[in-house]
Design a protein around this ligand. Structure first.
Ligand code: GLU
Length: 279
């Protein structure tokens, strides 16, 4: 049976881009007589708000995207992510990273390895190279740390991997994202970890999401292999663009489902807009 999901983060109102993602998952499930699940990705307690969670559910229902079964709220399942982290840690694939953002920026600038701006630059692996003594000293001093995946070691341990992207096999290249964070200093799990664990626990068989998350799938595929989880099929859809070909931004308040509804548009009209651009 096909099981899809829509997994918004409640950091704002449902936007036209989200409507497109929700539609992709909902339509794929409904066409195949499968299940369409809703998951609220709210592990970041600072950025997420319960009023947005409620608003998202309301807007989805109004648009006609009825989900099956119970909604999974990530904040209620932190023990699942902790168990996955323990497994990776026991396998020796995680390390503690004490760096602040500022230190990471400085290190990248020093190494002169940020040609496309800091966003494109990977974590330079500073804390992977800490001596056991240095690490012990920082821990003893009570320094906060994030947990990073030693991606090169993990990729070597897992061997070659691929996934099915809309029916075509894609070879996974997890090292392109570097040593990703799996648990943040302030949040006990990261997006990569929680999404991978949840897709498996919810028996999702087809992940539909925007192409902006395509690169993340390389890491998710690796985590599935390391954690012994099944690999769903993937379909990354194009992002919506405006008349000038620019990607729609969350800050475009006029393009929330809510504002469009208030402006008098029907669910069908909003859906049409969500499907028409960005193809
Ligand atoms: N929570 C993520 C977002 O809102 C989507 C996660 C996913 O579909 O994998 O961007």
């Amino acid at each position: 049976m096909i099981v899809t999901r829509f997994a918004p983060s409640p950091t704002g109102y449902l936007h036209l881009g989200h409507v497109r993602s929700a539609w992709e998952g909902w339509a794929a499930a409904r066409a195949a007589g499968g299940r369409f699940l809703l998951r609220i990705e709210d592990i970041d307690r600072i950025r997420c708000r319960s009023e947005y969670d409620l608003a998202i559910r309301e807007d989805l229902a109004w648009l006609g995207f009825h989900w099956d079964g119970e909604v999974r709220r990530q904040a209620e399942h932190l023990a699942d992510y902790a168990a996955a982290l323990r497994r990776l840690d026991t396998a020796g694939l995680l390390y503690r990273c004490f760096c602040t953002r500022k230190e990471i920026r400085a290190e990248i600038a020093r190494a002169g390895s940020a040609p496309q701006g800091e966003e494109a630059a990977l974590y330079p692996g500073t804390c992977r190279r800490l001596s056991p003594r240095e690490r012990a000293a920082r821990l003893a001093a009570g320094a906060d740390y994030a947990l990073r995946l030693d991606t090169a070691a993990a990729t070597a341990a897992a061997g070659p991997l691929d996934w099915s992207e809309d029916g075509r096999l894609v070879a996974a290249e997890p090292t392109t994202l570097g040593d990703v964070v799996l648990a943040r200093k302030d949040v006990p799990a990261s997006y990569h970890l929680a999404v991978t664990v949840d897709d498996a626990l919810q028996d999702v068989t087809l992940v539909t999401r925007g192409v902006d998350l395509f690169a993340a799938t390389h890491v998710h595929r690796l985590l599935q292999a390391l954690l012994g989880l099944p690999t769903p099929a993937y379909r990354h859809h194009e992002l919506l663009t405006d008349a000038n070909g620019r990607r729609l931004a969350k800050r475009d308040k006029a393009l929330t489902a809510r504002a469009m509804r208030e402006a008098g548009l029907s669910p069908a009209e909003i859906l049409e807009q969500a499907q028409s651009s960005g193809r």
